[in-house]
Design a protein around this ligand. Structure first.
Ligand code: CA
Ligand code: CA
Ligand code: CA
Length: 443
């Protein structure tokens, strides 16, 4: 396309010689553009520093991306969030960057009302919502596990190359070069898929089998979380088995500790499951779920050799059935699952009760001579141990006539002096003092 100086403005100023160039495709563009990836994901919880990122199926018209077409709203109402809308130089992605931190614990929705490709075909307007957490996300995502493990040998030729991450990864940060498998420096053909929970990347090869007795390199780089924090790159290697045979056999559980059905198990005992072959450590399905009464217990899962170990974050409840659900894949992605259980020990309580409060308070003065004394204990008391022989009200060393009663929950004892005008209340000043040390203890 050329413009010659015959083109002038209204005052007759000629335009400079101008040439624009573009290259046509060999086939006409008939397809409308689509959004192939977005961040944050629908319904996700993200940091208050999140931004909206979209990736398109083809180059988008620069006119399509501006604050009128691409915007973000909070569920609190009001106008659009002040933000900068920008199309990438290659025309394939757009970013909406809020100018201020988002409001914590708030629902937001983004919209791209309209967009078109360079041939003028319109894409479908799209919107989605997400939620903010309590603050900004400044921690970069990291690799939780890689399979096959770094340095592993004898790997079956149909091994699945998988990396799991510590948090949701931004789908728009995953390109064809993010996650690669290399043989002697050359990329193995294939595509990367991201799991539904957006924490696991799987490299799907174009061919099922790798070459036997060959060292491969797994490379991961350029991945980010939904706030744009970029994770550290990873480079690991593994070597395939000399055998070209495919592994099509599920892993078999060969031992579990505590044993299935065992009782009297200690409250912090780790769960160890051992298989007949190496398995994957998978964050999206930790592989080893431990629960009690339908509630999943938190803990750390680690792998050593062919064994997975679950270490609970806290103690199991005593005298309870603990359920273990095992779902693991071997290196070739053959899954097996098992359900097991054990029962925890009924704990022995060796903690003595203590007085947690007393009224009138220790050392207080000017109490009514008929004041009721109330003692509260840290735990329920044995009713057989609560009587006038074990708990007494003294005036100096003289025992006062009083009733002793215990609350229904066994935690409160009430001592009520009888209205006996005798020696018990003979103190004419009406100035009885209560001292905790004056309570006579059992025995
Ligand atoms: Ca098109
Ligand atoms: Ca993060
Ligand atoms: Ca197997």
């Amino acid at each position: 396309m050329t413009l010659t100086p015959q083109v002038t403005d209204l005052a007759g100023n000629a335009i400079a010689n101008t040439v624009f160039a573009f290259t046509t495709s060999t086939t006409p563009d008939l397809a409308p553009p689509t959004i192939v990836a977005s961040s944050p994901p629908y319904n996700a919880v993200v940091g208050t520093n999140a931004r909206v990122r979209l990736v398109f199926s083809e180059k988008i018209s620069p006119l399509a991306i501006n604050n009128s077409t691409f915007h973000l709203h909070s569920s609190n109402g009001g106008g659009p969030v002040a933000a900068t809308a920008a199309l990438s130089p290659d025309g394939l992605s757009a970013t909406l960057t809020p100018q201020n931190p988002l409001i914590p614990f708030t629902q937001y929705s983004w919209s791209l009302d309209s967009f078109s490709d360079l041939s003028g075909h319109d894409g479908s307007g799209t919107s989605a919502y997400f939620y903010t957490s309590g603050g900004p996300d400044t921690a970069a995502p990291a690799v939780y596990s890689v399979s096959p493990l770094n340095g592993m040998t004898g790997v079956p030729v149909n091994a699945v190359v998988v990396v799991t991450l510590t948090e949701q990864v931004d789908l728009t940060s995953i390109t064809g070069n993010t996650f690669r498998l290399l043989q002697g420096g050359a990329p193995v053909p294939g595509v990367t898929t991201l799991s539904y929970d957006q924490k696991t990347l799987t490299f799907s090869r174009s061919t099922l089998a790798l070459a036997p007795s060959t060292t491969y390199t797994i490379q991961l780089s350029g991945y980010s979380d939904n706030s744009g924090n970029i994770g550290a790159p990873l480079s690991t290697t593994f070597t395939t088995s000399a055998s070209a045979a495919l592994d099509t056999t599920k892993p078999t559980l060969i031992s579990i500790s505590p044993a299935d059905g065992s009782t009297g198990v200690g409250l912090t005992t780790p769960v160890v499951v051992t298989f007949d072959e190496p398995v994957r450590l998978d964050s999206s399905n930790s592989g080893l779920g431990v629960s009690v009464a339908g509630v999943t217990l938190s803990g750390a899962v680690s792998m050593s050799g062919n064994a997975l170990t679950f270490t609970p974050d806290g103690a199991y409840p005593p005298n309870s059935n603990i359920f273990i659900f095992i779902s693991v894949a071997d290196l070739a992605g053959n899954y097996s699952s098992y359900s097991k259980s054990f029962r925890t020990v009924a704990t022995v309580d060796s903690t003595a009760p203590v007085v947690t409060s007393v009224t009138p308070t220790d050392g207080s003065t000017a109490q009514s001579p008929s004041a009721t004394v109330v003692l509260t204990f840290s735990k329920p008391l044995n009713p057989n141990t609560i009587n006038t022989n074990t708990i007494a009200l003294l005036n100096g060393s003289a025992r006062l006539n009083a009733s002793v009663s215990r609350s229904a929950d066994g935690r409160t004892v009430t001592i009520s002096p009888y209205s006996n005008p005798g020696r018990n209340h003979s103190d004419s000043r009406g100035d009885q003092r209560c001292h905790r040390s004056g309570w006579k203890s059992p025995g």
